[in-house]
Write a protein that binds this ligand. Structure first.
Ligand code: RIB
Ligand code: CA
Length: 313
């Protein structure tokens, strides 16, 4: 079965790796890239998405989305993780292609209306575009097939604060709106993405399988590996963002649990995604909270093989 998706992204090195994985997958049709601030400002995020499409010979719409959180001032960005250019400072020439003139949220709504019941929204950055699309079209949950996100930390610590993962922390109010909507949402958080370190050998294999796209990921990841290897004996990095896509291709790679979810927006706990597995509580405040699926385990070896085999296609 082919999954029609819109990929909402803030490229970003692991975003680039995920975008190429989606392009390479015969089972995934990417209808467009919608971009958001996060790792980098939104104008850079949009430009980077155009550049990745050109490199991969993909002629699909790329739209620019929100550049600010739902509430509060402009964010700081993760240049210390992804480099000044979002690609690990490799000086890659930017594309001259043009953006689709619509906002990311409008593109999501238009595409969902044109393909009722068929589109999965895959979000791998902060959730402002999805939240805005829900405001533009309150029936969006009925129009899309489902939502798969990289973000959150259900039963493990965060990576920005002790309790919050970066994508949710970056726009906690938007995440609260998206998690509360009545759609089938599956969360791939740090519970699974931090469980799967990738070594320089994996990057070599990726570049060997696909010189152009894997080569780009290998080169841009050197900065990213430096960041993740601080304070460790080994050299590793984490490709968080490809996991919701891997799930679409092969759900058997993951174990999921269903639970009621709440996103904290208060300053101390901002961005915390607390999950009460079904049956674990009778507390009314939790039973009222919306239900989501949360990935709790992943098969590392099979996931790596899927990435390598797909890049080789
Ligand atoms: O916490 C990991 C997430 O934050 C990934 O989406 C990465 O690209 C950054 O945005
Ligand atoms: Ca991302």
């Amino acid at each position: 079965m082919t999954h029609k998706i819109i990929l909402d992204t803030d490229p970003g090195i692991d975003d680039a790796m995920a975008i190429f994985f989606a392009f390479q997958c015969p089972d995934i049709e990417v209808l467009g890239l919608t971009t958001v601030y996060g790792n980098v400002p939104v104008s850079m995020s949009a430009q980077n998405a155009l550049t990745l499409c050109e490199l991969a010979d993909q002629d699909i719409p790329v739209t620019k989305g929100v550049g600010m959180p739902w509430v509060g001032p402009e964010s700081g960005y993760a240049h210390f993780v992804h480099g000044d250019d979002g690609f690990g400072n490799i000086d890659f020439p930017p594309s001259n292609r043009q953006l689709d003139p619509r906002s990311a949220a409008q593109f999501i709504v238009d595409t969902a209306r044109e393909n009722p019941g068929d589109v999965t929204l895959v979000a791998i950055g902060p959730l402002g575009n999805l939240a805005l699309a829900l405001r533009l079209e309150p029936d969006l949950p009925k129009l899309v097939k489902g939502v798969a996100i990289m973000g959150g930390a259900a039963f493990v610590p965060g990576n920005v604060t002790p309790v919050a993962e970066a994508n949710i922390w970056n726009d906690a109010h938007a995440a609260e709106i998206v998690f509360a909507a009545d759609w089938d949402l599956t969360m791939f958080g740090l519970d699974v993405t931090n469980a799967v370190p990738f070594t320089p050998d994996f990057l070599d294999d990726l570049a060997e399988r696909n010189e152009k796209l894997g080569g780009f990921v290998k080169e841009s990841s050197q900065f990213y590996v430096d960041f993740y290897s601080q304070g460790r004996e080994d050299r590793v990095c984490f490709f968080h963002d490809a996991m919701p896509l891997a799930y679409l291709v092969d759900p058997s790679l993951f174990e999921l649990t269903t639970g009621h979810v709440k996103v904290a927006t208060d300053p101390l706990n901002r961005g915390q995604t607390s999950v009460a597995p079904i049956g674990s509580t009778m507390s009314p405040i939790w039973l009222e909270a919306s239900k989501i699926n949360v990935a709790t385990k992943v098969d590392h070896a099979k996931l790596s093989k899927l990435y390598l085999d797909t890049y080789a296609l």
